[in-house]
Every structure is written in C-alpha cells, then in structure tokens.
Design a protein around this ligand. Sequence first.
Ligand code: FEO
Length: 170
Amino acid sequence: MMNKKVHELLNRQINKEFYSAYLYLDFSNFFKAKGLDGFANWYLIQAQEERDHAMLFCQYLQNESQPVTLEAISKPDKVFETGMDVLKAGLEHEEYVTSLINDIYFAAGEVKDYRTMQFLDWFIREQGEEETNANGLISKMELFGSDPRGLYMLDQELGARIYSPPSLVL
Ligand code: FEO
C-alpha cells in the first residue's frame, strides 16, 4: 500500500507537469508571435516533453494500482516584455519543479518507498538536464541575443531541435 502523502505528491505532480506543458506552450506562442520560429519550436518540444512527464506519473500510479485524480490546470498568466524574460522564467520554473521532485523523493525516503525513489531517479537526472538547458539558453541569449545576426543564428539552432519520446519506459 502506498503511503498517503507520497500518493498525494505523485498525483499532484501530474497537474504540475501538465501546467509546465501549458506554460511552455505559452512561451512558444510568445516567440511565434515575434517571428522567432526556432525559439517557438524549442518551447513547443519542451511542452511535449512535459506532457510526457505528466503521463509517466499517471502511468506509475496506475502500475501501482493507485487512483489518479486530475485537477484543473491553471492559466499561464505571466506577461513578458522580452525573450530574455521568458528564458529566465523558464529557468525559475525548472528550479521550482526540481524542488517538487525533491520533495516527493524525500517523502518516499521517509517511508522507505524504494520503488518510488527508483522511479524518481530518472526525473532527478532529467531536472538536472532541464536546468542546464535553461541556463545554457540564457547564456547564449546574453552573448548573441542583442545582435540581429546572432539572434538569427540562435533561432536557427533552436529550430533544429527534434522531439524524441522520454527514455524512461514503464
Ligand atoms: Fe517536467 Fe521540465 O519538468
């Protein structure tokens, strides 16, 4: 039987991941409206990955014969002036998600739920990658974003990103 708190946190994470997908879709739309299709592509793929994360939490609970309760997804309501504002909000959001994953890991550890901890290992690595990517984008934007040709090249680079399904299979 899964611990009640661990179950609640895992179930809540489904909503957090779907919200992340919604937020990144909003970011993608921001860049699309500015004509930066590469940035828009990058965040659209990011949104797809977040949906995958939500589905993994959902599937894990189902594999453990635990109920899944879907809650309302909040509206992404931040208004951004610049592309850099969006990138920084992305990093801040990933740091927040890392803290959520860490909280679940801690709760699972307290009740010796080793299976959940093992499931979360993939997400802990993934959050490391997400934060590295978000930091990398900010650095590149700082270096090249103010030069139109640099921004064009960066947009081209981000436009080449291709979606691939998560490496974690349950
Ligand atoms: Fe699913 Fe970007 O955290």
